[in-house]
Design a protein around this ligand. Structure first.
Ligand code: TMP
Length: 212
């Protein structure tokens, strides 16, 4: 009998919501409970494509808006063989941002619609669970200043939040909204509960294709 596959779990949210901290906490907790798990993040800045994206985000280079959108998508596609292999080996992947960030951030720019932005990511491995860490702009401001990278302004992040709200209307994706204004342990406990459910359900189901 083939071994049971791992689950594809994604954390999304606006900046300052605590995604990166929570991804690490979740992987640690899963590993400690004897479930193989690894963290991944997009953009993956270590690849050749990822380096182009990183330089753009750090404002060291400029790229045309459609072009950079397609590079973000290509950066996910280049990791798909690795992701599939790990999932088949029974490893649960906890992913810090995915195609939803791709669509929310580009479609927050003038002249872009959700539909065009979604197209390049159609058919990616479909997450078994997407948790959206929700934080009000007021709570985000309490967590300090935004960084220096591109997109890190409160005006832009407000539009990004609206685009995420649109994406969350799609019931073909298993969205769960997490109140990220709680303390770190509270958020972690919520995330762990949803993740254990998703891992149990996913092991008996084939991996789906996103937005198909
Ligand atoms: P990071 O701070 O999590 O490394 O994310 C880098 C930035 O890139 C963040 O502002 C969100 C943005 N982004 C996109 O614009 N498109 C994408 O596809 C992804 C994954 C992130």
């Amino acid at each position: 009998m083939a071994s049971k596959r791992g689950a594809l779990i994604v954390l999304e949210g606006v900046d300052k919501a605590g995604k990166t901290t929570q991804c690490k906490r979740l992987v640690q907790a899963l590993q400690q409970s004897g479930r193989p798990a690894e963290v991944m993040r997009f953009p993956d800045r270590t690849t050749t494509i990822g380096q182009l994206i990183s330089s753009y985000l750090e404002k060291k280079s400029d790229l045309e808006d459609h072009t950079v959108h397609l590079l973000f998508s290509a950066n996910r596609w280049e990791l798909v063989p690795t992701m599939k292999k790990k999932l088949e080996q029974g490893i649960t992947l906890v992913v810090d941002r995915y195609a939803f960030s791709g669509v929310a951030f580009t479609s927050a720019k003038p002249g872009f619609c959700l539909d065009w932005c979604m197209k390049p990511d159609v058919g990616l491995p479909k997450p078994d669970l997407v948790m959206f860490l929700k934080l009000s702009p007021a709570d985000a401001a309490l967590r300090g200043q935004f960084g220096e990278e591109r997109y890190e302004t409160s005006a832009f992040q407000k539009v990004v939040q609206q685009r995420f709200d649109e994406l969350m209307k799609d019931t073909s994706v298993n969205w769960q909204v997490i109140d990220a204004s709680q303390n770190i342990d509270g958020v972690h406990n919520n995330i762990m509960d949803h993740s254990l459910n998703a891992i149990n359900t996913a092991q008996n189901l084939p991996l789906g294709e996103l937005w198909k």
